[in-house]
Design a protein around this ligand. Sequence first.
Ligand code: GAL
Length: 765
Amino acid sequence: MKTYLNDGWQYFKSWTDDIFGSITGESVRVPHTNVVTPFNNFDESIYQFVSGYKRNLHLQNTVGKTYLLIFEAVAHYAEVYVNGKLAVSHKCGYTAFTADISGYIKDGDNQVVVKVDSRESLNQPPFGFVIDYLTYGGIYRDVYLQEYNGVYVADAFVKAYPDKPVEVEIAFGNFNGECQLRAEISDGDSVAYSCCYTANVPNITLSLPAKLQLWDINNPKLYTLKLVSDGEEYKTAFGVRKAEFKQDGFYLNGSKVKIVGLNRHQSYPYVGYAMPESMQRQDAQILKNKLCVNAVRTSHYPQSHYFVDECDRLGLLVFTEIPGWQHIGDDDWKAQTVENVREMVTQYRNHPSVILWGVRINESQDDNELYTKTNAVARSLDTTRQTGGVRYIRNSNLLEDVYTYNDFNRDGASDRRGICPKNAPYLVTEYNGHMYPTKSFDDSPHRLIHTLRYAKMLDDVFGADKTCGSFGWCMFDYNTHKDFGSGDRICYHGVLDMFRNPKWASGVFSAMGKEPYLEACFTADIGDYPEGVVGDMYILTNADTIKVYKGGQFIRNYTHKDSPYKNMHNAPILIDDLIGDRLITEEGFSKRNSDKTKRCLAAVRKYGFNFLPSKYKLAIAQVMVSQKLSMNKVMELYGKYDNNWGGKANELVIEAYKDGKLVAQKTVGSFYGYSLDVTPSSTTLHETNSYDVAAVSIVARDQNGNVCPYVNKAVKLRAEGAIEIIGDDVIALQGGMFGTYVKTVGKKGKGTLYVDDIEVEFEVV
Ligand code: GAL
């Protein structure tokens, strides 16, 4: 029997042995952060201390039973005491651990105390040098109790390849010579296979010849394996698939798939790592359904099973890795690294979404002895997956199966020939990030360059047939240490902001999805551009054709062929002509003169009048002679057709068509006013194994629905009823966007969030 123990904890911000006595602390629920942080501009020392948690555990009829107390994650070193005795200690902040407390408990009340050390001075990964992310503290993932009466399945590793019987390696607990086991595979609707087996040894391998469908990106078919031994039930989800990194690319079930991914940290504003199930799942949903990527790297540590479960459910490929950041420590530290590999592989190997183990400390130097061990451990515990190890060094020793490389090149993808052996599978595991930090409130030209850097890299990787794929750095902005980021403790490296609001760059990914998508990476406000020159205008869309209108007049159709990026899907479309045939129809120009004039106007936009290369000046002179135009007339035409000031004449309307049908429309024009768009991730919250949280996005939009990037209004937040606000209750929009989180408070019923005077109703069930 599994019982969640997320509720009923008392929290002591400062550790003292008195916690074992009768003193009482603050009532908290898990997931819990040891301190709520400001949004930015805070010092990382604020979460670095030793704290304590205490809880009563009431048990009955305990004699002869086994009790396992499981902590999904405690950051970063934990000692678990039961009735005053140390039951277990654990050193990694990113993997689960179990305390067998059977020998420490009694019928009635039992005291569980957890001492939590969250200091970065700990001698364990990722600590020892600088780290570009915050490491936070607390009991931040679920805690639960497993109670067993008889023989139980302690672990079952499901190896499920296409066209082969499903193999299950089972380890029993409490094994006493013989046990009857029933195995059943079902997909929720029907049972696909079942059998009975008598085990005579504590470790067995079952072969289950079930006919099962494949798990893949588009049809992530999941099955549940249920094992019943001695009345005890064990369940795990799994999927049937073969993932192979080969020297000519990545193959899923025999078909080549270009990996298009993003890196994800597991952090959130205010509460660091401590977010419950729904928020973990939501990040996977954003990746799959909004950003439309097919893969995620859990940089730089194993992440919540809720997140990875959701990746299983949605068909999102996962590259997961051990904790660490560039630094390798002493022998104890290294021993812990090897242990972290063991824990990662044994805890995550049933997830079909996981396709690769990262067994190197991210971006560390070569250490053949250490990495020979980490590879050996991963391979011995899982023969179904390959290993990788993320590096930024060229030609480092490849002890892994896949050369996983962070390609921080300014001009798109590097040529892999100078990076790794010819016959090695090659995967780009990071790009962009610090190469071009971009805030949602940066100006339009900056945000456009950010966007195009993603496009360039993706396009190059699509063009490099043998490259397995790439993971951009990164999904969203994150709080970081003083040594990194913009000085306010934020790395503005995301394609989303910290609240998961989109920046333009996210549209390069979203445009690869199926849902109609249309974004314009420019504004009509020439005053936001140096010299008033808007320059290249890009549209991100998955439509096949866009129709462009200016000042109410149709200009021309554009397609993805009008993109400088030739390899990727639905590449950004470059709008470089806002005149169309108007010079012909309205001014009587010949086609030749019209084309020439448009080329010249494009050059004026690019270089400005004063620096116009002479070939364009000459061309203008030729057109003037041919069309009999005075200089005044030329300036008038420029004003009329190109450089219009504000107002309706400058308004662009973009219509997006797919298979001839209008699927989306966008108007980019002058600003006439805005309103706040408040969108909760869900309005139904669940009080189940713990509290629940909804993310609320708050965005200022103009009359056309476009984000107003320079609205930095202060907004008041207030909650009533069955919810409360996490973090600040007065916020200021950044880049026209911000957010908040509301959490349930242990009761059911209605809750209302007020965002200034906008009401959002929640129902807690
Ligand atoms: C990499 C590192 C990431 C992040 C990124 C920023 O070197 O692996 O964690 O710091 O740079 O671009």
